[in-house]
Design a protein. Structure first.
Lengths: 78, 78
DNA sequence: ACGAATTGTTATATATATACAACATTTCGT
DNA sequence: ACGAAATGTTGTATATATATAACAATTCGT
């Protein structure tokens, strides 16, 4: 199972699913499936999403659960 | 289409396809398909491969063609 | 409070990734 | 030079990702 930070990243930029879907060239419902964890993106889609958010793939998708970004930031400040 | 550096990385470590396949938990022929570009790995497999090689996904898989590692190293030395 | 946009969900169809088997060809150790 | 391991390739079967449609529920702008 692959965990993802799509909902947070999308929310942070105030994007609708449709807007994100258009940006990476997939159907808007595909984004919904991904956010709900119904399935994982293909590698190609993952790379496009990483490109769009300008983040490494690993910061968006992970084999182990993500810490909430808020926590991660606090931890980093020690 | 996704480009990949699997053949180089595997060769560099003197691994057989079977050894790599076992390490990431897939059939050895799946590695063959990937190296030949017959299809792309799932995101899950890509993350496992990145973990195995201890490299970011983007250094193994890319939407744009890779420069040969040898060239990339020379370019970096300028 | 209204309508419009967004989201959640279900269903169907197609494309793609993976497993597995079988076999020919190539490479490698001794 | 021999056998063993590794590779390339083809075919079949199954699981998963994506597109699309349809609709109910929710959120948002005005």
């Amino acid at each position: 199972m692959v965990h993802n930070r799509l909902p947070v990243l999308r929310a942070e930029r105030g994007l609708s699913r449709k807007a994100l879907a258009d940006a990476v060239g997939v159907n808007y419902q595909t984004i919904g499936y991904l956010e709900r964890g119904d399935f994982n993106p293909s590698l190609e889609l993952a790379l496009k999403l990483a490109g769009f958010f300008d983040l490494p793939v690993e910061m968006i998708f992970s084999l182990t659960p993500f810490r909430p970004l808020s926590e991660a930031i606090r931890a980093e400040q020690e």
